[in-house]
Design a protein around this ligand. Structure first.
Ligand code: ADP
Ligand code: MG
Length: 595
């Protein structure tokens, strides 16, 4: 028998392979938008005609391509993003397979103008069904403009297989949302048949969500956050009462890439258990950062599914994180007086999360955190305990000269530095804590818990304090009253006056007048819409004005008390105003500095 095997010509191979990457116009949109972001664009325009069947154009102000690169970019496996297989384990770009442009050019007519910052001129290329039809010098600004016309013109079966314009446009909008939500720092616009669908300025994540889904959503969002050695997670969940029957507001992003994960979705859903009516779905926008080495994004050609090394841990972390936030912001059913006790202790989970430190023998009876609030403390204790407990290890792995060792043991474990920082030693080195921020965090959580549980201690004032209110302040006060009471204030209105008979135990009456001035003048319409965000805002304000300021001398006892309270906080990383609270200096860093 004669030989019958031949190699397929490139354009046929490309066309076949294209089927994997490009299923519909939305797939082209995704690839082009991702290329623009990989090219570090800060402004991206998307133009669509005929739901992408006639035109898909993406214009970016990114790094552009040289004439040679522009020509090469349409070859299969042509990529600037990885060089070897090893790079697959540290991918930070969206693309890396070098297939998208080759695939698109196999099944459409493509025209590109591109210019690098150094290039004197731009270059232009026109490709149709993998054949280069024109390549020449052109005039264009730095960046890339790529137009994809008549998609599937040479694959009629595919073209006929496309759904109605409405459906295809829906898919395009979905892809646009996913990309836009991942990169709020990039300005995006989207024109469909010449009219503007979206114009998104560069903003924060929260604002971007609002710009995409409408401003109303902002007040329906509850922040979630969790930092562990497995992953850093932040984002928002939609308050249960605003859940939808559709699944349109469910987003996981991993290392700035939209992913689908039925498994992690289940973690969120189960945290919402009991809070949603039948057939309603939770909404969430959860941004996960993990070490690229611990994920495999290579398992699906369109790359929306990934594999996590730490899948089980991530599940537990996400579930507890969401539960915690729902509890913190009173998102429990209004009539549920028997609160789910789990909502109050989600952080018990910390004990199950492996840390990078090797396990050490701990004297379990040793408790460095004698605190007034025993039960709340228990849940967060373990993570700090492991940090501290090494000091008590009987078989010191680094035996010191005896006299020096005694000096260390006799020295207080805590001292104040520059009237601003509290310094304490840990198992592995030093912990330097900003006293004001730490105290803000302590107060903020106290007030919020007060609002959630309605149990903050109030102290009676021997001489009630009276404050005159303006008409407008009177009006505002009605909305504040409930939250103020929950935070430990005892207040009532009498004629034009506010009578304060009790204040939170943490507050002293000299600060009162100023405090109320601030509360009343700063609570504006922005913060009235949702009682939880108002409570959150008030807790922030109070924590700011009542916290120990910098330049305040603290006794050793006060320092220790602040530390105890601080270590019992649910979040010890940042202040209510998102500032870092402490830094550590470990043995290795110290040794490096001494080198
Ligand atoms: P991949 O993104 O997987 O590398 P593509 O086929 O999408 O593969 O793109 C091939 C190459 O073309 C990219 O690696 C990049 O170097 C270049 N490229 C594509 N789009 C752009 C763009 N908008 N700006 C600059 N370079 C681009
Ligand atoms: Mg790409």
């Amino acid at each position: 028998m004669a030989d019958i095997i031949t190699l397929l010509p490139d354009h046929v191979a490309n066309q076949i392979a294209a089927g994997e990457v490009i299923q519909r116009p939305a797939s082209v949109v995704k690839e082009l938008l991702e290329n623009a972001l990989d090219a570090e664009a800060t402004e991206v325009q998307l133009l669509i005609n005929g739901a992408g069947k006639t035109l898909i154009q993406v214009i970016d102000n990114g790094i552009g391509m040289s004439p040679t690169d522009l020509r090469l970019s349409f070859e299969r496996h042509a990529t600037s993003k990885i060089k070897s297989a090893d790079d697959l384990f540290s991918i930070r770009s969206k693309g890396f397979r070098g297939e998208a442009l080759a695939s698109i050019a196999a099944i459409a007519q493509v025209e590109v103008h591109s210019k690098t910052a150094e290039g004197e001129t731009a270059s232009y290329i026109k490709i149709s069904g993998s054949k280069i039809e024109e390549q020449e010098v052109s005039v264009a600004p730095t960046g890339t403009s790529i137009a994809v016309k008549n998609l599937f013109f040479n694959v009629p079966a595919r073209r006929n297989f496309l759904k109605s314009e409405k459906v295809e446009l829906r898919h395009i909008i979905d892809e646009f949302h996913r990309v836009a939500l991942t990169h709020p720092e990039v300005k995006f616009s989207f024109l469909q048949n010449g009219s503007e669908l979206f114009d998104l300025p560069a903003v924060s994540f929260k604002k971007r969500i609002a710009n995409v889904f409408g401003n109303k959503i902002e007040e329906k969002l509850i922040p979630v956050e969790e930092m562990t050695t497995v992953a850093g997670i932040e984002g928002f969940v939609v308050k249960p009462e605003f859940a939808k029957k559709s699944r349109g507001q469910q987003f996981f992003f991993v290392n700035r890439r939209f992913i689908k994960s039925p498994f992690l979705h289940h973690a969120v859903s189960s945290a919402f258990e009991g809070l949603l009516r039948d057939h309603f779905h939770p909404g969430y926008f959860i941004y996960i950062q993990v070490d690229p080495k611990t994920i495999d994004i290579n398992i699906h050609p369109t790359k929306t599914e990934i594999k996590f090394e730490e899948e089980q841990n991530l599940y537990a972390i996400i579930k507890s994180m969401v539960k915690h936030s729902l509890g913190m912001f009173q998102a429990t059913p209004v009539l549920d007086f028997d609160r789910d006790p789990n909502l109050d202790t989600p952080y018990a989970l910390h004990q199950k999360i492996p840390t990078e430190q090797p396990p050490i023998e701990v004297d379990s009876s040793f408790n460095p955190f004698k605190s007034s609030e025993g039960s709340r403390l228990k849940t967060t204790q373990s993570s700090w305990e492991s940090l501290y407990s090494g000091l008590e290890i009987p078989n010191d792995p680094f035996p010191l000269d005896n006299s020096l060792k005694m000096a260390i043991e006799e020295a207080p474990k805590v001292f104040q530095l520059l009237r601003k920082f509290i310094v304490t030693s840990t198992r592995s080195g030093l912990l330097i804590i900003d006293q004001q921020r730490a105290h803000q965090r302590v107060l903020y959580e106290k007030f919020l818990i007060g609002v959630t549980k309605r149990n903050l201690l109030s102290q009676q004032l021997i001489f009630p304090k009276e404050i005159e209110l303006s008409q407008q302040q009177m009006a505002l006060f009605g909305e504040l009253e409930e939250n103020l009471n929950a935070m430990g204030f005892a207040v009532k209105l009498k004629k034009q006056k506010l009578i304060i008979t009790g204040i939170p135990a943490v507050c002293d009456d000299k600060q009162l007048g100023k405090l109320f001035e601030e509360i009343l003048s700063a609570i504006n319409s922005d913060h009235q819409t949702e009682s939880f965000s108002q409570a959150d805002y008030m807790a922030k304000m109070l924590s700011k004005s009542l916290s120990i300021q910098s330049n305040t001398v603290l006794s050793t006892q006060e320092q220790q008390a602040l530390l105890d309270d601080f270590f019992a906080c649910k979040d010890t990383l940042t202040s209510p105003f998102n500032r870092r609270i402490f830094i550590t200096l470990d043995k290795e860093e110290l040794e490096n500095k001494l080198n």
